[in-house]
Unconditional design. Structure first.
Ligand code: COA
Length: 178
């Protein structure tokens, strides 16, 4: 069995959250190569190239599933639409991140995917707290997190966006309790 086969799959009405596969490389490279996407994340470079997507999908297979989970978000009709990950880089501090391709914004997909991932994190991964942060100039992401049940902690951390480069951007921290 290959490592990807054991990654969990989570289903919602419109979406399937599953481990990324080689076939996702092309749509990841296409949809992430957008400053409006990459510049709202900490980790996506811009421009975002095919090689970045290949390296990313390869790296997911090497992640420790006890501390990190990455889901490709697949729409039942349109196929791959975005990515979502929860990374526990510090003990008991799993942090959520996500991005969706621009053609798929504004239809509730991020909220649906985040809500499903939290259900999975509570039930299967047995986490009772999940953190997230969004750049202060990204209120849409704040709205997604609010709708999924996150609350603002009041903390604002400086974080660098690989896609934007330059100085750290104020990042509004949020927390979700199971
Ligand atoms: C932010 C992002 C995830 C939203 O995805 P989406 O599928 O459009 O999100 P949803 O449709 O579930 O919800 C978006 C909400 O934000 C609201 N919104 C959109 N633009 C907004 C703005 N400028 N100010 C405030 N709210 C805004 C929408 O009205 C909607 O809320 P509503 O349902 O209450 O009306 C998507 O735009 C994206 O991937 N952006 C680039 C990467 C990114 O920002 N990742 C998150 C990093 S923290």
């Amino acid at each position: 069995m290959c490592a990807l086969d054991v990654r969990p799959a989570v289903a919602t009405e419109r979406l399937i959250l599953r481990g990324p596969v080689a076939a996702d490389v092309a749509p990841i490279a296409e949809l992430a190569n957008d400053l409006g996407v990459a510049g709202m994340t900490t980790h996506l470079p811009y421009p975002y190239r095919q090689a970045d997507a290949e390296a990313f999908v390869g790296s997911v297979a090497r992640m420790n599933p006890r501390t990190e989970t990455v889901f490709a978000v697949e729409h039942r009709q349109f196929g791959f639409i975005g990515m979502l990950g929860i990374h526990e880089r510090e003990p008991r501090r799993p942090e959520l991140g996500y991005w969706f391709g621009r053609p798929f914004w504004g239809r509730g997909y991020a909220t649906e995917a985040v809500t499903a991932a939290l259900r999975w994190a509570k039930g299967d991964w047995r986490r009772n707290v999940v953190w997230a942060g969004h750049f202060a100039d990204n209120p849409a992401s704040g709205q997604v997190l609010c709708k999924a049940g996150f609350l603002y902690t009041g903390d604002v951390e400086p974080r660098v966006s690989a896609g934007r480069g330059g100085s750290p951007a104020p990042t509004r921290m949020m927390v979700w309790l199971a």
